[in-house]
Design a protein around this ligand. Structure first.
Ligand SMILES: Nc1nc2c(c(=O)[nH]1)N[C@H]1C(S)=C(S)[C@@H](COP(=O)(O)OP(=O)(O)OC[C@H]3O[C@@H](n4cnc5c(=O)[nH]c(N)nc54)[C@H](O)[C@@H]3O)O[C@H]1N2
Ligand SMILES: Nc1nc2c(c(=O)[nH]1)N[C@H]1C(S)=C(S)[C@@H](COP(=O)(O)OP(=O)(O)OC[C@H]3O[C@@H](n4cnc5c(=O)[nH]c(N)nc54)[C@H](O)[C@@H]3O)O[C@H]1N2
Ligand SMILES: [Mo]
Length: 749
């Protein structure tokens, strides 16, 4: 019987040697298995594992965080650690109220529906009276707040705006992909996956004759294939390019007026802005060429593609992870609407095709429920990327989606399953304000920078050390992850840690509901089966290791975006105030935000190649997802370690930029701006736009001198450089991709 091991990067087959040692092999039915997970088991006994509960010396001495991040740890017994955690939780909630506990605890942790660190932690804390939570994601922060205003609340989610790949493969004439297809991103999916099929869908479409135009600063975002055209563009200027495309449609009289009058609200204001009625600035191709660096003739050619029978505009999620990142998404909807492409199979707009494997897959989705987290009695929250603002400025207010949010006074941070010292922007600022709370508790399997910045570190198991059910909400496959080895040293499951705390605080019954691990798995599985009765019963599923909805059928579920609304807009209006697609939002107009106007616009970020600041820092840094790992996970092993240059993250720069700075391939370089500096290994490119630099996220944050608040970072973590500004007052999403830097050859030791 085959044993499977499922992860965020795919499913593997487990080979067990007579010695009991396990190795992973690609799943035989996966058309494009991801190499990055093959080395997962090397973490089992890795030096970076945390062996025992640890408490920071200064915290024990009552330093209130002064030496957090630069201090020694003392190993303690589990019962001592649990007693510390329980009494801190109790003290803070009784003296400061539950709002003083921040447990947004953002992060991907490991795949697995039961041993999902965040769910376990939130379930525990909700039973204890709640905590300050976080909203939205780093992935899709700007989009998830904007889209309810434009399309309605049902379209807020990461996978909600994608026509299906089968239609694209068979019908789309031209696909214009802003941000292109960084195909390595489709190796991953939150919650797991069994078949990597995005590259296959793209090649099917290209083989049929679809034209693919990749608009991106980076030529490597264009996949290989016939009919693929790369249009280089200055970062953060996509909405200017699209405005000029709209200008073409409007001035040439090729707007689909019938479509617009039936389905769109606010088109007059939008057209007035494009024509420049108020600001005397027509958003013409000539205007856009100066901003974007894309020649006028190319802009005209792009606009003409929208007049083909079926054309589709896809936006990578990275585009909205930028200052004013709401705008390009709104603009894509506007363009697709003006061209009357919305509602056609394989036409219109799409957000995130290729960002993860599941986006646009024509399959029935499991909508996998996890462990119930319960209700949080505390209403206070922050938009997730406002973490450092919250720690820096308690009591102050920030704007968010029409509300004024008061930033709470956090005394205790509790994190399980995420790595803010990987994912947050401007890490040197985060390090300073991270010292403000009295106590920081972290669950981690490995010694990440976040673990180093805790007061109490509780070592957890990794997924091969426990039994679990793995299923992505957006996929159709459920995998039984059987435990492959015993937990490392004294590591415990997040569930067992939370249970021990619950016991110490007298709420164990409510927390575990009398169920063992196996009984929890059975209960979760029963949830899927009640919805999909065709699934086998639990015992059989557990023995076979895998169950698939519609097994063997390649595309059982096609999707046309907004199909019902397009079919009958009166019976199925959108959940927007007008019931239509809003190209002007009265709600956003009322918020009166200078950083998010009431209709899509081009706004110049503080940091882009046309900014004043570019005189000092002339390079635009982009920080995409790493091809050889998932975020910061597995950075120290396997594929990720193998692709380092002198042990550092590779940074890509254009050959011209390298030459003028005396940088050669393989050189160690120093990237810097006013916020920080890091080292990386140079890779030279001829297809990356000059003036642009690419340093993927996820190298472990490694300050040369932990006590220096502006220490040089040694591993190539780009978040010492990125800006922590919000996307806008509307969404307050992360804006990592708006960042200017300079680079030099590094000759230090
Ligand atoms: N500059 C820049 N920064 C970015 C982005 C960007 O584009 N540019 N992208 C952002 C995006 S989209 C995202 S989603 C975030 C990702 O940020 P994160 O999700 O925080 O990154 P991960 O490295 O996946 O962190 C997961 C952590 O969980 C730990 N872990 C694994 N399994 C378990 C477990 O069973 N229990 C516990 N307790 N812990 C476990 C891992 O060791 C790891 O440290 O990064 C964001 N940061
Ligand atoms: N292997 C791997 N896959 C992953 C992840 C991982 O860590 N590793 N993380 C997953 C997660 S959490 C997420 S949210 C998704 C993210 O998916 P995305 O957000 O779509 O991906 P990114 O890699 O951030 O960026 C994709 C491309 O956008 C281009 N780009 C950046 N800025 C601009 C711009 O202003 N204009 C234009 N036209 N192009 C621009 C860059 O050249 C980059 O290569 O990826 C997922 N997939
Ligand atoms: Mo993400």
């Amino acid at each position: 019987m085959t044993r499977y091991f499922a992860t965020h990067f795919g499913t593997y087959e487990v080979e067990k040697a007579p010695s009991g040692r396990c190795t992973l092999k690609p799943y035989r039915h996966d058309p494009a298995p991801a190499a990055l997970g093959l080395h997962y088991l090397t973490l089992a006994e890795h030096d970076m594992r945390i062996a025992q509960p640890m408490v920071r010396r200064g915290w024990l001495a009552g330093d209130h965080g002064a030496k957090r991040g630069e201090d020694e740890f003392i190993a303690v017994e589990w019962d001592v650690a649990i007693a510390h955690v329980a009494s801190e939780l109790d003290r803070v909630r009784k003296t400061q109220g539950n709002e003083a506990i921040y447990a947004g605890s953002y992060g991907w942790a490991s795949a697995g529906r039961f041993h999902h660190a965040q769910s376990q932690l939130k379930r525990l804390l909700n039973l204890l009276g709640g905590f300050t939570a976080s909203r939205n994601s780093y992935s899709y922060g700007a989009a998830s707040v904007l889209l309810p205003h434009v399309l309605g609340a049902s379209y807020a989610g990461t996978n909600a705006c994608a026509p299906s790949w089968d239609h694209i493969a068979t019908r789309t004439d031209c696909l214009i992909a802003f941000g292109g297809f960084r195909l390595s991103n489709a190796q991953c999916d939150s919650g797991g996956l069994a078949e990597h099929s995005v590259a296959d869908w793209v090649s099917q479409a290209l083989a049929r004759g679809m034209r693919l135009i990749v608009v991106s600063p980076d030529g490597s975002d264009a996949p290989p294939g016939p009919n693929v055209i790369h249009v280089p563009i200055r970062p953060n200027t996509d909405s200017a390019l699209m405005l000029a495309m709209a200008h073409m449609l409007i001035t040439r009289g090729t707007v689909d007026t019938e479509f617009v009058s039936r389905y769109v609200s606010g088109v007059e204001d939008f057209v007035a802005y494009v024509r420049g009625d108020d600001d005397h600035l027509p958003k013409s191709p000539r205007w856009a060429a100066r901003i974007t660096g894309v020649p006028e003739a190319t802009i005209e050619l792009l606009a003409e593609q929208l007049l083909l029978p079926t054309s589709l505009i896809n936006m990578s999620w990275s585009l909205q992870r930028a200052r004013f990142g709401e705008q390009p998404y709104w603009m894509a909807i506007a363009l697709a609407a003006l061209a009357g492409q919305i509602g056609k199979p394989g036409g219109g707009f799409a957000f995130g095709l290729g960002a993860m494997n599941s986006v646009g897959q024509p399959v029935r989705k499991l909508h996998a429920p996890g462990v119930k987290q319960g209700e949080n009695p505390v209403e206070t929250f922050i938009p997730v990327a406002r973490l450092a603002d919250m720690l820096a400025r308690p009591g102050e207010y920030i704007d968010y989606d029409g509300q004024r949010l008061k930033l709470p006074d956090i005394r205790l941070i509790y994190w399980a399953g995420g790595n803010p010292f990987h994912h947050h922007q401007d890490l040197n600022h985060l390090r300073r304000v991270w010292k403000n709370p009295e106590t920081v508790i972290v669950h981690e399997p490995v010694w990440t920078a976040t673990a180093h910045h805790a007061d109490i570190v509780l070592p957890t198991t990794l997924p091969f050390e426990r039994n679990d059910i793995v299923a992505s909400s957006n996929d159709r496959v459920i995998i039984a992850n059987h435990q492959l080895c015993t937990p490392y040293a004294e590591a415990r499951n997040d569930h067992d840690i939370c249970l021990a705390i619950a016991e110490a605080l007298g709420i164990a019954e409510a927390f575990h509901e009398g169920l063992s691990e196996t009984e929890w798995l059975e209960r979760l599985y029963a949830g899927y089966r009640s919805r999909y009765p065709e699934l086998p019963e639990f015992k059989m599923f557990w023995a076979e290791g895998m169950a698939t909805l519609d097994a063997g059928v390649k595309a059982p579920r096609s999707q046309v975006l907004l199909a019902k609304f397009i079919g009958d807009p009166l019976r199925f209006p959108l959940e927007t105030p007008s019931g239509r697609i809003e190209l002007r939002s009265e709600a956003i107009a009322r918020f009166n935000y200078s950083t998010c106007p009431a209709q899509p616009a081009w706004l110049a970020p503080e940091e882009w190649l046309g900014a004043e600041r570019a005189e000092r820092y002339p390079l635009h840094l982009l920080t995409p997802q790493p091809a050889n790992r998932l975020h910061s996970q597995l950075d120290v092993v396997g594929e990720s370690a193998a692709h380092k240059i002198n042990g550092r993250e590779p940074v890509v720069l254009n050959r011209i930029d390298a030459n003028t700075r005396g940088i050669g391939p393989g050189d160690t370089v120093r990237l810097y701006n006013d916020r920080g500096a890091c080292l990386a290994g140079a890779v030279l490119s001829d297809t990356l736009l000059p003036g642009v630099v690419v340093l993927p996220t996820g190298a472990w944050y490694t300050p040369r001198d932990a006590s220096d608040p502006m220490s040089l970072e040694l591993g190539g973590n780009p978040n010492v450089l990125t800006s922590d500004i919000g996307s806008s007052q509307l969404a307050q999403g992360p804006a990592a991709n708006s960042c200017l830097i300079e680079i030099e050859r590094y000759s230090g030791s």
